[in-house]
Design a protein around this ligand. Structure first.
Ligand code: CP
Ligand code: NVA
Length: 321
């Protein structure tokens, strides 16, 4: 059974295959020729945390592919009242074709997948947000910033240079997912985080190990200028993730120097793009000017969630057929 829990579980070729499928699916959607790849398939969507983009893109996505999504909030289902994950997983997977889960501790989704009889997709855990990274990379491809590879569906992927991505801010689920995307595909990633807020050591070490094989270059530092200098992509994320609401004040102090503003962007490559998974907190991790500026691709990135996740669902269905 193939699941989609972290990018660590996929090969470079598989990641690029899904990206290509997503680009194809986007083209079909735009020309209104979308085949019903998942006709009569049912996706369960378990949410143990809030969501706008993930919920809407999965629910609209499965519907547009001919299936349907069932929104399962932990406020409503018995899981939220303490029914064990292993029971929930066995019960709902016996009635569904696929499950998407958003949760806190990553071990929860691993346990769910262990007991599920259908493929499970990680729609965010405390440690990873892999579906977001597929949309982010798809956006990079569309902006002509990607690893040299050929795409049947996007002629602008004929680039010759490895991109440089600068991630500014918290060493959280987004940072960890960038680490794995970089380690798998082989580009350059520079993370600048305040001391004490770096990515988790064991995840960084695993990614560094993988980087030896892929040729990826990874730097973790606390210096925004060093990270951003000459970068092709500048990205950031909230300073306080879901579940860290009580740390907001201390985090605002610790991250004060880590706002991506226009001065930061001038250090990057002149054609650099700005990405953010959203929701964004203006004048905290990013200035209004950068978020709304011409280099910002955040709304293209957000819409690409729809196409990237359709690609993931169709790919998983084919893998497990
Ligand atoms: N980026 C993202 O996952 O957004 P939501 O929390 O709104 O789903
Ligand atoms: N790091 C953020 C991402 C939100 C999409 C969080 O986990 O809350």
């Amino acid at each position: 059974m193939r699941h989609f829990l972290t990018l660590r579980d996929l090969s470079k070729d598989e990641i690029l295959e899904i990206i290509d499928l997503a680009l194809q699916i986007k083209q079909e959607w735009q020309s209104q020729t979308q085949p019903l790849y998942l006709e009569r398939k049912t996706l369960g969507m378990v949410f143990e945390k809030s969501s706008t983009r993930t919920r809407v893109s999965f629910e609209a996505g499965i519907y547009q592919l001919g299936g349907m999504g069932i929104f399962l909030s932990n406020k409503d289902i018995q899981l939220g009242r303490g029914e064990p994950i292993k029971d929930t997983a066995r019960v709902i997977s016996s009635m569904l074709d696929m499950v998407m889960m958003r949760t806190s501790d990553h071990a929860r989704i691993e346990e769910f997948a262990q007991y599920s009889s259908v493929p499970v997709i990680n729609g965010l855990s405390d440690d990873y947000h892999p579906v977001q990274l597929m949309a982010d990379y798809m956006t990079m491809v569309e902006c002509g910033i990607s690893m040299p590879h050929t795409s049947n569906f996007y002629p602008r992927t004929q680039t010759t240079q490895k991109p440089i991505v600068a991630y500014i801010g918290d060493g959280n689920n987004m940072a960890h997912s960038w680490l794995w995307l970089c380690a798998k595909l082989g580009f350059e990633l520079r993370i600048a985080s305040p001391k004490g807020y770096e990515p988790k050591t064991h995840i960084l070490n695993q990614a560094l190990q993988e980087a030896k094989h892929s040729g990826a270059q990874i730097l973790v530092c606390d210096n925004v200028q060093v990270a951003v200098s000459g970068a092709n992509v500048v990205t950031t994320d909230t300073w306080a993730s879901m579940g860290q609401e009580d740390q907001k004040q201390e985090r605002q102090k610790a991250f004060k120097q880590y706002c991506v503003d226009s001065a930061t962007m001038t250090l990057a490559n002149k054609d650099a793009i700005f990405l953010h998974c959203l929701p964004a907190y203006r004048e905290q991790e990013v200035s209004e000017e950068v978020l709304e500026g011409t280099q910002s691709k955040v709304f293209l990135e957000a819409q690409n969630r729809l196409h990237a996740q359709k690609g993931i669902m169709v790919w998983l269905q084919r893998q497990n057929a």
